[in-house]
Design a protein around this ligand. Structure first.
Ligand code: NAG
Length: 503
């Protein structure tokens, strides 16, 4: 029977369903069948030959109504794997035991030439097939080459880069790359196949490679970046904590001008060892300050540096932004507040400069206390455009909620990251902070008291429509439900209360 309900309505309904449920609903009607196919194949990953095979073979799901269509694929992630010697048929060991054994002994000693040649043949077959499959995705716009930082077959990466990008490059708007240094020199010729690239995300992992080798290989990367940068809107750069000798100064020194760059992200280990002198980064930002709408400087865990890092390096975020000329277009700012225990004044000065233009502000990593929040809100001074705020707090207290409702009445979305709920801010005489021995119980009573106190409040003038908080880290005390009831009760504008999850 033809459905009277328009497609759009079905699609709207489908939008509310969890993906796992949605995927089972292909028999509801034609629209759902379409939606299920799109959802199933929109983004696919190749991370092991076994799981990739069905797609590679262009298998039509004959017993399954969800038919495969290469046009449905918009995004591909490929993470090369190791082609291991075939397990002997008679063997009863599990394949992981076999892999472990193989990893422990050098292949040269353990296997005769036949085994090596066989691996080479299988590698060639597998990489070719992956490449041919990806090349067949005519509607691909996002291509992600990933790497687990482990041993790899260089042929695999060469195939994914040199063989695939010339064919699919023209359609790509987004490229996400994490490839071994070895391949950086081969990137420049690929840039000409990426005329429509708008978004580039790059993760650098240099492992134990020495500075000389790194700088040689980065030369290729610089050439590549300078070509694609001419057109890029978004550029994100990440480095891994296991990159011992990486210095990004070298890279930023040589980067040119992206005339359309609106969003820039840099995320490096918090010790700043990857950017001992932030001057080149500052110059890069100054070059792009008139177009940048979004700036994100964040950190990961400290890197393992064989030589001690200069003590000032950890101030890289502060020093990068210190006395920075204005960013006239900036509306989204996200900063990792590092080092955790340091004077907030330099940051506050930076916020003063942009307070009137910010729509979104994220201050992460440092768990802010009440008094620090007071200072930050003082500086922001009811920012006219700020609608979205994300903060990490030492704990959630009624005083903190009061403070934000009063200081940021126009805010519509708030993400709060905390691991404690307390019913009152500790003052010198108050004993609201629990003693160690009664830990579990006191946390529960703190939460109960918090909810009681909040139930007497009414934030009628707060525009807050969306609030996200994380689930409690303690298993015996889940707090999402009581907190949801509490906030729904006291914030009349609230329309959505969600669990804060790491994206
Ligand atoms: C909360 O902050 C911590 C520390 O920065 C971080 O590791 C964690 O991922 C954050 N949680 C969420 C849900 O963002």
């Amino acid at each position: 029977m033809p459905s009277e309900v328009p497609d759009d309505i079905w699609r709207y309904i489908a939008g509310f369903l969890p993906v796992t449920v949605l995927l089972t609903l292909f028999s509801v009607n034609r629209t759902f069948l379409e939606i299920v196919r799109e959802t199933r194949y929109q983004a696919i990953s190749f991370t092991a030959y076994k799981s990739a095979k069905p797609l590679i073979k262009h298998v039509k799901y004959v017993h399954h109504p969800i038919e495969w269509d290469s046009k449905l694929v918009h995004s591909v992630r490929a993470e090369p794997w190791m082609v291991l010697p075939k397990e002997p048929k008679s063997h009863s060991w599990s394949s992981s035991t076999w892999k472990l054994l193989h990893a422990c002994v050098s292949p040269a000693h353990a296997f005769e030439d036949g085994a090596e040649a066989q691996i080479a043949r299988r590698l060639q077959k597998q990489t070719r097939r992956i490449a041919d499959t990806i090349k067949g995705f005519t509607k691909l716009h996002t291509y992600h080459i990933d790497w687990d930082e482990g041993p790899y077959h260089p042929e695999f990466f060469s195939t994914l880069l040199d063989l695939v990008i010339p064919t699919i490059g023209r359609g790509l708007t987004s490229l996400i790359l994490k490839v071994p240094l070895y391949h950086m020199p081969f990137l420049p010729p690929l840039a000409s196949f990426l005329p429509n690239l708008l978004h580039l995300s790059l993760t650098l992992h240099t492992g134990a490679h020495i500075p000389m080798y790194i700088s040689q290989k980065l030369e290729g990367l610089v050439v590549f970046l300078n070509i694609v940068l001419r057109n890029l809107r978004t550029f994100s750069l990440y480095t891994t904590p296991t990159s011992a000798y990486l210095d990004l100064g070298l890279l930023f020194c040589h980067l040119g001008n992206g005339r359309y760059l609106t969003s820039f992200t840099l995320c490096i280990p918090f010790d700043g060892g990857h950017l001992p002198d932030p001057t080149p980064l500052r110059r890069f930002l100054i070059k792009h300050r008139s177009t940048l709408e979004s700036l994100n400087l964040g950190t990961t865990r400290a890197a393992a540096h064989p030589v001690p890092v200069a003590p000032t390096a950890k101030y890289w975020i502060r020093d990068t932004l210190k006395n920075h000329p204005p960013f006239p277009a900036l509306s989204h700012l996200s900063l990792g507040l590092r080092p955790l225990r340091t004077d907030l004044s330099p940051l506050l000065r930076c916020l003063t400069g942009v307070r009137s233009q910010l729509r979104m502000l994220k201050l992460s990593e440092r768990p802010l206390e009440y008094v620090e929040l007071v200072r930050i809100l003082d500086v922001l001074d009811d920012p006219p455009l700020l609608r979205v705020l994300s903060l990490r707090l030492r704990w959630l207290s009624p005083e903190i909620v009061d403070l934000m409702a009063a200081g940021l009445p126009a805010l519509t979305a708030l993400d709060l990251n905390f691991t404690e709920v307390v019913h009152q801010e500790p003052s010198s005489d108050a004993s609201s902070i629990v003693s160690e021995d009664s830990y579990g119980l006191s946390h529960i009573s703190e939460l109960t008291l918090f909810c009681q106190i909040m139930s007497g409040k009414d934030y009628a003038n707060w525009h807050l429509a969306r609030l996200a908080v994380p689930e409690s880290p303690r298993r015996q005390m889940k707090w999402l439900n009581p907190l949801e009831r509490t906030f729904v009760g006291c914030v009349p504008a609230l329309r959505s209360f969600a669990e804060l999850v790491i994206v």
